[in-house]
Write a protein that binds this ligand. Sequence first.
Ligand SMILES: [Zn+2]
Length: 245
Amino acid sequence: MIRRIGKILAALALTAASTVIGVTATAGAAHADGCYTWGRTLSEGMSGEDVRQLQIRVSGYPGYGAVLGLDGAYGPATKAAVTRFQQAYGLAADGIAGPNTFNKIYALQDDDCTPINFSYAELNRCNSDWSGGAVSASTAKFNARVTMWKLQAMRHALGDQSIVVTSGFRSYACNSAVGGSSTSRHLYGDAADLAAGPHSLCRLAQQARNHGFNEILGPGYPGHDDHTHVADKSYRTWSAPSCGI
Ligand SMILES: [Zn+2]
């Protein structure tokens, strides 16, 4: 509740600042969001850590088959992703991240910076400290967070019905125990195995193509008739033959 009030005050501060100044909003930072508070309106051509924080939150809106770079540079791809995010939530879709866009993001994120419908615990059923994988614990945890933002975008696109993650990060030990590939993206923390629920495995695999997942493996691919696997990767690997992928 206190967090919500803080968000509302931060929103009012941002709105007031943008009203007075017109184009460039500066935030009253006295009431910060529990995770992260933006202090200026962001648009194409700008750069910085605040841009990178924005890119993480809109990484699920890169467009079909694309992956948004998290480089802190607000280029055309970032503008397009912000525009898609705005469209998805009925905001004015100008590709400029101002108070309305940030307020929607604040409403979608928990204080630990995960999106509201996914959690670190859900993305790591292996251990408590994210250690023992192919990357450092902090990198694995960060990768999982980005994956959750992609899943949040996908969840919204599918009508805000639940998406259940049955396996996320795995240490080498956890990966071996379940017979995972020695090069599995689960070792990097960015993979998520999705169960059928409100949506079929094929529906999940098909929709995932729009949300920044370079690796999609589902029904018809060996070992994937009982889940749909989505992950990040440096090149595209999509295979779900039973789903037309
Ligand atoms: Zn998997």
